[in-house]
Design a protein around this ligand. Structure first.
Ligand code: HEC
Ligand code: HEC
Ligand code: HEC
Ligand code: HEC
Ligand code: HEC
Ligand code: HEC
Length: 295
């Protein structure tokens, strides 16, 4: 009896495996055969050779289930969901964008504009086109490996094409290794050009009323600023001509669930743990500045 049951379930198992293979083979590959392991740390992204079979992880030549570029999706904004969605994704790294991070809400004016870019030509794209592919290259092409990242993270080397960058410099990228001495904060400034550098450096930026103004900003650097045991900044010296300012992530941790810089529970991706909102922004400042030792 036990043996019969075993054989039966074996047959059913083999039949099921066969049908699944047949069904999948018609459209896509068995997803995640190129998994997040030592051999394929970047999954099906890039590394295409004559002996790999990655294209069909995402594209079906015939019988695609979505109308966007033969993927399973109907639009660019959904193209990553099958594997990376926080609710249904199959990959290890689950990502979604929200309005306090890099997502947009339905009331966002068309086009989407990057806040704090410099003039002329601040970053702008049609709202329907804004999404993952603006920062990432799904095929891992023309990417950059930033100095503080272990891999490329598929980050585009030139995320704001046509822009004369204020600080970020794609020409420093070694074309064979894709490495650059610049760090993530420098890359962020490609779309938010006004937000990096010393507080004495002027930039031409657009303010909330749409007017072009000469602006200065809080010292911001590529390197994380050192903090003491209480979290206070140890290197506040505005007159020493050295920019020891924090990097973007120290003030914008985007600690909202999926990783930085995608999602946040606090406006402007500020420190949600201490509940920095537009009405208690001081919470962010006094996190680093010891009010008792200020002049
Ligand atoms: C991880 C998923 C994935 C894999 C694997 C993948 N693609 Fe793509 N591909 C996409 C997505 C998503 C787009 C849409 C482009 C975008 O959103 O940036 C795309 C776009 C394309 C395009 C259109 C390019 C254009 O100019 O618009 C071609 C052609 C293409 N892929 C071919 C391939 C080939 C060939 C392979 C294998 C060597 C492959 N892709 C592997 C996801 C993938
Ligand atoms: C504004 C630019 C931007 C957008 C838009 C964006 N990302 Fe990212 N993404 C990044 C950066 C920067 C990193 C690296 C963060 C780090 O290393 O701290 C990253 C990292 C990742 C990682 C690796 C996470 C890890 O734990 O290693 C995945 C996966 C990812 N993004 C997927 C997505 C998906 C899917 C979308 C769309 C839903 C998306 N990203 C939209 C900038 C972006
Ligand atoms: C068929 C499944 C699949 C699709 C579709 C897919 N990915 Fe991935 N992706 C993976 C796997 C698997 C990994 C390896 C890490 C993991 O398991 O999460 C990965 C890793 C990544 C990483 C991390 C790379 C690194 O250097 O650490 C990024 C960024 C990323 N994907 C972005 C995207 C974006 C953006 C899209 C849509 C345009 C997308 N992926 C679509 C399967 C997929
Ligand atoms: C010292 C802390 C600090 C650092 C460092 C910092 N920011 Fe900010 N940022 C803030 C605060 C606080 C706000 C909210 C400002 C306000 O409401 O006026 C903000 C707002 C923003 C906004 C939204 C502006 C708007 O109009 O909606 C963007 C975009 C931004 N920062 C990007 C960056 C980038 C990119 C970096 C790194 C190059 C960076 N920030 C570094 C503190 C910082
Ligand atoms: C490809 C261009 C691009 C890059 C690169 C980019 N951003 Fe943004 N960023 C945008 C756009 C567009 C918006 C506005 C989205 C919206 O309207 O909700 C935005 C919004 C923001 C905001 C305001 C969020 C809010 O609450 O409205 C902050 C803070 C920010 N970015 C920080 C960063 C940081 C930090 C990085 C680097 C990890 C980065 N950005 C990289 C385009 C970019
Ligand atoms: C992550 C830590 C951090 C946070 C958060 C922070 N600061 Fe700073 N701030 C610094 C450091 C470090 C310096 C000194 C940079 C230098 O001297 O090179 C500095 C310098 C300053 C200066 C002197 C001018 C300059 O840019 O050097 C002012 C004014 C200032 N901060 C105000 C603020 C205000 C207002 C907030 C809240 C919106 C804030 N800071 C949030 C770390 C921080």
């Amino acid at each position: 009896m036990v043996k019969k049951g075993l054989v039966l379930s074996l047959i059913v198992g083999v039949f099921f495996a066969l049908t699944t293979t047949i069904v999948l083979a018609a459209g896509y590959n068995d997803p995640l055969q190129y998994n997040n392991d030592a051999l394929y740390p970047q999954g099906p992204h890039g590394g295409y050779t004559t002996s790999t079979n990655k294209c069909k992880e995402c594209h079906a030549v015939h019988l695609a289930t979505g109308m966007y570029r033969l993927t399973r999706a109907d639009s660019a904004s959904q193209a990553c969901d099958f594997c990376h969605s926080e609710t249904s994704g199959l990959a290890t790294k689950k990502i979604s964008l929200n309005v306090n991070g890099h997502g947009i809400d339905t009331s966002t004016p068309d086009p989407v504009v990057a806040p704090d870019d410099t003039t002329p030509t601040p970053y702008s794209v049609p709202a329907a086109n804004w999404g993952c592919d603006k920062c990432h290259s799904v095929h891992n092409n023309s990417v950059v490996k930033l100095a503080d990242e272990l891999t490329t993270k598929l980050l585009k080397a030139d995320p704001n094409p046509g822009k004369t960058y204020f600080y970020y410099n794609p020409s420093l990228i070694d074309t064979s290794t894709r490495s650059t001495p610049q760090k993530l904060a420098a890359w962020c400034s490609a779309c938010h050009n006004a937000n990096i550098g010393s507080h004495k450096t002027s930039k031409q930026a657009i303010n909330a009323s749409g007017l072009t103004i000469t602006a200065y900003g809080h010292d911001t650097s590529e390197t994380s600023t050192s903090l003491d045991a209480n979290g206070f900044a140890t290197s506040v010296g505005p007159d020493d001509a050295v920019n020891n300012g924090p990097n973007c992530k120290q003030c914008h941790p985007a600690d909202g669930g999926s990783s930085f810089p995608h999602k946040s529970t606090a406006p402007n991706m500020l420190m949600s743990a201490i509940n920095s909102t537009k009405s208690n922004l001081d919470a962010t400042c006094i996190n680093c500045h010891n009010t008792t030792s200020m002049p």
